[in-house]
Design a protein around this ligand. Structure first.
Ligand code: MTE
Ligand code: HPA
Ligand code: MOS
Length: 776
């Protein structure tokens, strides 16, 4: 074969990366052959655990009689806080999160004891037989109440730029109000689960469903009072995590490991859906008070927002979630003079945690709500007010926290979407429809997004990988990321296959395992493929370089000109099949495996001043949604949605489009039908799909047009791609504001409908009634 020219090389070398390949487990998913933790064959002697839960939101336990639990059929043992060999804590940052209550309970659903039995059902039945006596204490159940009582899990934070007060006083127009945006249950299809298997010499193996194996390792080691090297944690895949398994898989791992340690037998703890929803934290709901000054043209001059989240009873990840909310209040808008406050309200409810977007959606929706109000007050199309306030390219391009935006494509992206969605024509069509339709009202909205990519805790932005090339030329990859359906393994596999010039079939990825790659970060903040892709590329590249050097030794030429593609090595006019060169290299004692590492450069952040460069880059997107609302029932339907998302040079457009679609529908559920409701006794009553409505297939728009924006990351990210996991969750803001637009048409768009999220049918009817009352 002739030596290929540079352009041929490019064409040939890009065999794996950038192609819309199916998910590496797609066939297994469809055939029911993908192994989840509960599918792993159980060892002889395996016991099953269940948790006994608190029935009071805030109380001291004055007596606890567990005899009936012990006497229940099949029960082997019951363990309480006193039985924990090590530390009774599973908090990820602040150690305020007991595994089992040690005498005080702080929410309905808090675990008090573990019961182990011969079967899962027996354990669950036994857990209900406990007799617990409580001395009740006053409970705080809402973020508003937490704020009034100054009850916080962390000191409140504040980010200021410019002189808000002076700017506000000079502003010709102002808007002021409050907003409440509810939380959201992650509703992963596979619930929380851990299977702990005692090993020799104080060892413990934990097979579990987690986004963060290293954190599980640490928590289990502390709970058992052993070192990290005694604990091995493994996760092949999750049936969804969505942030709910970033920190909160810890309770389940720790409880299973404690029971396994004490009983000396393998213990599996699998949460039933109701228990999962009662025990674990969710997306934080937020309550906002805002005050904004703007010009007659609609340009924002001064913006103040005071947000308080429902953190729940402990800190968990509420601090970084609030930080991300603060850093996303700007969304795509330049806000010169701002005063942004955020507090994490301590409430007697589940400890809220990560959920796709991690506070970003909660920060950004507030400014979108404000802009929506400004537009209506001015009688303008909200999209035009949005455009007027967009970040600039060379000026008006510094975020309130000091990061300069260097790759702003928001104006181009939204302009493209405006065209492709025929936004202007449809705006007129919607108005015409509403003019003749007294009961059904249509609404339309175009909303943009900007999302910062990187963990906002700088040191977490690192990853490791291990690549093995076996003597037959097959490749095994292990990296620190976890697969939750988002396709990280497919993308990392593509990166390694590309680096070694192999077809994807020659590369296999194994379960995430703390004994292979140490000290990993959670697969979170949408950074999974960015970080682990780079680490795996680093490992594969080292092997490639060694092989290239060896090939030159054999065949002559220049190492820089050795090419790897089409499952062959091309060196100095020779073409050698990859396995053949590998075999020769092995006999010549060339190291055929390597580790790889990556740390995202240029990041820094000062939590005191809330200033710095917390993000590696920004991802952008926008969506247009059109809805029709029945003003008599509050029912509505999404008629059409167009989304455009900037995945940079996508590693895998098929997977990325799937991520955009999934995030869109999931975010739509958050803002419309998914309502968490606690009764006066502090019990979450919506703890099953019967009362908690996530979107179904029939809620997806019949006309759903998702495309990727043509772009290339200006940062040196993995093959210049951009993250996709979380940002598109902001796209269905357009659904919420389209509903608000339809409601507002009832009053001729003269008044701002007071609409909180989720915009359930009930909330929509309330807003319609408010609009009708106001225009009377
Ligand atoms: N997609 C699926 N199918 N399942 C999930 O659990 N989690 C989301 C997103 N997409 C999730 C998903 C969340 S919260 C994050 S942070 C990212 O995936 C994590 O994966 P990544 O960093 O590899 O994109
Ligand atoms: N996202 C998810 N998890 C995190 C983050 C984040 O930004 N920061 C710290 N933990
Ligand atoms: Mo995603 S909320 O960062 O796990």
């Amino acid at each position: 074969m002739n030596h290929p020219g540079a352009s041929d090389i490019k064409a040939m070398a890009w065999t794996a990366v950038g192609l819309g390949k199916p998910h590496e487990s797609a066939a297994l998913h469809v055939l029911g052959q993908a192994t989840y933790t509960d599918d792993i064959p159980e060892l002889r002697g395996t016991l099953h655990a269940a948790l006994g839960l608190s029935s009071k939101p805030h109380a001291n336990i004055t007596a606890m009689d567990l005899d009936a639990v012990r006497a229940a059929p099949g029960v082997v043992a019951v363990y309480t806080a006193q039985d924990i060999p090590g530390t009774n804590d599973c908090g990820p940052i602040i150690h305020d999160d007991p595994i089992l209550s040690a005498g005080k309970v702080e929410y309905v659903g808090q675990p008090i004891f573990i019961v182990v039995a011969d079967t899962h059902d027996n354990a669950r039945r036994a857990a209900r037989r406990a007799s617990v006596t409580y001395e009740e204490l006053p409970a705080i159940l809402t973020p508003q109440a937490a704020k009034a009582a100054q009850s916080y899990v962390l000191p409140p934070m504040r980010l200021q730029r410019g002189d808000y007060q002076a700017a506000f006083e000079q502003a010709p127009r102002t808007v002021k109000g409050t907003l409440y945006v509810g939380g959201q249950e992650q509703f992963y299809l596979e619930g929380q689960i851990a299977y702990a298997i005692p090993q020799e010499q104080n060892g413990m193996q934990v097979l579990c469903s987690t986004q963060h194996p290293s954190e599980m390792q640490h928590v289990v080691a502390h709970a058992l009072g052993v070192h990290s090297h005694n604990v091995q944690v493994e996760c092949r895949r999750m049936g969804g995590g969505f942030g709910g398994k970033e920190s909160q898989s810890a309770l389940w791992c720790a409880a299973a490991a404690i029971a396994a340690k004490k009983s000396g037998r393998p213990v599996k703890l699998r949460a039933d859906r109701d228990d999962d929803m009662l025990v674990t934290g969710k997306r934080h709901c937020f309550y906002y008070e805002y005050e904004v000054g703007y010009g007659d043209d609609g340009k924002i001059i001064a913006a103040k927002v005071d947000m308080v989240s429902r953190a729940g009873y402990s800190a968990d990840l509420s601090g970084p979630v609030a930080t991300r909310a603060v850093c996303h209040f700007d969304n795509t808008y330049y806000l010169s003079d701002v005063d942004i406050r955020a507090a994490c309200g301590k409430t007697n409810t589940q400890s809220n945690t990560a959920f796709r977007g991690f506070g970003g959606p909660q920060g950004a929706i507030a400014i979108e709500y404000i802009i929506d109000e400004i537009a209506r007050d001015l009688g303008q199309d909200a999209y035009d007010i949005r455009r007027l306030n967009f970040y600039g390219k060379d000026e008006r391009n510094v975020t309130p926290y000091g990061q300069v935006i260097v790759d702003n494509v928001i104006a181009e992206l939204t302009a493209e979407l405006e065209q492709s969605s025929e936004y202007r024509a449809r705006r007129e069509a919607v108005a015409a429809y509403n003019a003749t339709s007294p009961l059904l009202k249509k609404g339309l909205a175009l909303t943009p997004l900007k999302f910062g990519i990187a963990f906002n805790v700088t040191h977490l932005n690192q990853a490791g990988a291990l690549v093995h090339v076996y003597v037959d030329g097959s490749v095994l990859v292990n990296h620190g990321g976890t697969e939750m359906g988002q396709g990280i393994n497919t993308k990392v596999l593509q990166v390694v296959a590309h680096e070694l010039g192999l077809d994807m079939e020659h590369v296999r990825i194994t379960a995430t395992d703390t004994s292979k790659v140490a000290n990993t970060s959670a697969t979170a903040a949408s950074t999974g493929a960015d970080l682990n892709g780079k680490a795996a590329q680093d490992a594969a590249r080292q092997i490639r370089e060694r092989l290239a050097a060896y090939a030159v030794k054999l065949y002559g030429g220049d190492t820089a000109e050795v090419l790897f593609f089409d499952n062959k090595i091309h060196v100095n006019g020779h073409t050698v099949p990859f396995p053949e060169l590998v075999q020769k290299a092995y006999l010549a004692r060339v190291q055929l495996w390597s580790d790889g590492f990556y740390a995202t450069p240029h990041l820094h952040w000062d939590p005191k001043t809330m200033n710095g460069h917390p993000f590696s880059y920004y991802a952008y997107g926008a969506a247009v949604s059109e809805v029709v609302v029945d003003t008599l029932t509050g029912e509505w339907k999404l008629l059409r949605a167009d989304a455009l998302y900037d995945a940079g040079q996508s590693l895998n457009p098929a997977i990325d489009i799937g991520q955009v679609e999934g995030a869109f529908i999931q975010g739509m559920g958050w803002l419309t039908t998914e309502q968490l409701w606690w009764n006066e006794g502090g019990k979450l009553m919506t703890h099953a799909p019967s009362t908690y409505k996530i979107p179904g297939v029939s809620d997806c728009p019949e006309d759903f047009r998702v495309r990727l924006f043509e772009n290339r990351n200006v940062e040196d990210s993995i093959h210049r791609s951009k993250a996709v996991g979380e940002p598109p969750l902001l796209l269905p803001f357009s659904v919420f504001f389209a509903i608000r637009d339809a409601i507002s048409s009832v009053g001729g768009h003269k008044v701002n409908p007071p609409l909180n999220a989720p915009a359930t049918s009930e909330e929509i009817l309330k807003a319609i009634a408010a609009v009708e009352a106001a225009v009377k």
